[in-house]
Design a protein around this ligand. Structure first.
Ligand SMILES: C[S@@+](CC[C@H](N)C(=O)[O-])C[C@H]1O[C@@H](n2cnc3c(N)ncnc32)[C@H](O)[C@@H]1O
Length: 278
């Protein structure tokens, strides 16, 4: 499925370069994600699902928490990103990892369900109907288990001092998501999506931000490359602009004269069913 344009509406590319960008992005959010997993109650011996696992870096954190008596299952609609992640994990970590290729919205059961914890990060923002996905994830969580979601508040992104090339990079990502009908404030809407899906309001929430000097950070340039084909398809940018912009961003970023204030990440977790049965 290595391709630039996706029939399932996913706005990012499915290429080795984009898988690597996701992996590097995951490193940035690893400490916060691990803190959320701990606060949401992930512990030794549990079974946990990473929904839309991508290259599997959250599965790595989960594996360290559940240990060798636990099981970590990843599901992604893209078999190649799963294979890319699983190979690394099995070589580097001592835990029971499984990966299954599936469209989580299809309603098919996932081997190992129901799980003690179901988790998704940067998945709901890519959904036409995030509430339908929350319902589906709740159905995969055992009664008394916990559903955890983390997502971006994209509107928080900015660069200081403003530079036209860097600002255009941010704009292309925002406009592409908006043109695809995605919620730019996904991370702030998690609680309301839980509620609309019939779940209780979260019993835990958090929010985290990052600000980095643009050198040696490459996320903005790589992000534009990842969003590029869909940005062209949706009329947000021309092919010529997308071909040139990542290198132009890299050149400005290399000066190390700017700070990139990344989109912030919101987190929320809630019980599914009655916590008394946990
Ligand atoms: C932006 S990536 C995030 C990956 C990972 N969760 C992380 O935080 O690094 C979103 C992932 O969700 C997957 N995805 C999108 N729609 C899906 C669906 N309907 N069922 C399963 N996976 C899906 C994509 O293929 C992609 O790998």
């Amino acid at each position: 499925m290595s391709q630039d344009l996706n029939d399932d509406g996913y706005v990012l590319s499915r290429t080795p370069r984009e898988y690597e960008r996701l992996r590097v992005q995951a490193e940035r959010w690893a400490p916060f994600t691990d803190q959320v997993l701990a606060r949401a109650g992930l512990g030794s011996g549990m079974s946990v699902l990473d929904a839309g696992c991508g290259p599997g870096e959250v599965m790595r954190l989960m594996g360290r928490r559940v240990g060798q008596d636990g099981v970590v299952t990843g599901v992604d609609i893209d078999p190649e990103v799963g294979a890319y992640g699983l190979k690394r994990l099995q070589g580097e970590e001592a835990c029971n990892f499984n990966f299954h290729t599936a469209d989580l919205l299809s309603g098919e059961t996932v081997p190992g369900a129901p799980f003690d914890m179901v988790f998704c990060r940067f998945l709901l923002i890519h959904m036409d109907d995030p509430i339908a996905m929350v319902r589906r994830l709740a159905a995969l969580t055992r009664p008394g288990g916990v559903l955890v979601a983390m997502d971006y508040v994209i509107a928080a992104a900015l660069v200081a001092p403003p530079d036209p090339v860097l600002v255009r990079g941010i704009e292309i990502m925002n406009l592409t998501l908006a043109a695809a009908g995605r919620s730019l404030d996904a991370g702030a809407r998690l609680a309301s999506w839980f509620r609309e899906a019939g779940l209780p309001m979260p019993h835990g929430t958090d929010l985290h931000g990052k600000m980095v000097v643009t050198y040696p950070d490459l996320q903005l340039a790589e992000g534009v490359a990842g969003f590029g084909p869909k940005a062209v398809r949706l009329g947000v940018a021309t092919e010529e602009e997308i071909a040139a912009l990542p290198d132009r961003i890299r050149a400005v970023a290399a000066r190390g004269e700017h700070c990139y204030h990344s989109p912030t990440v919101g987190a929320a977790w809630t019980w599914v069913g009655n916590p008394a049965t946990a």
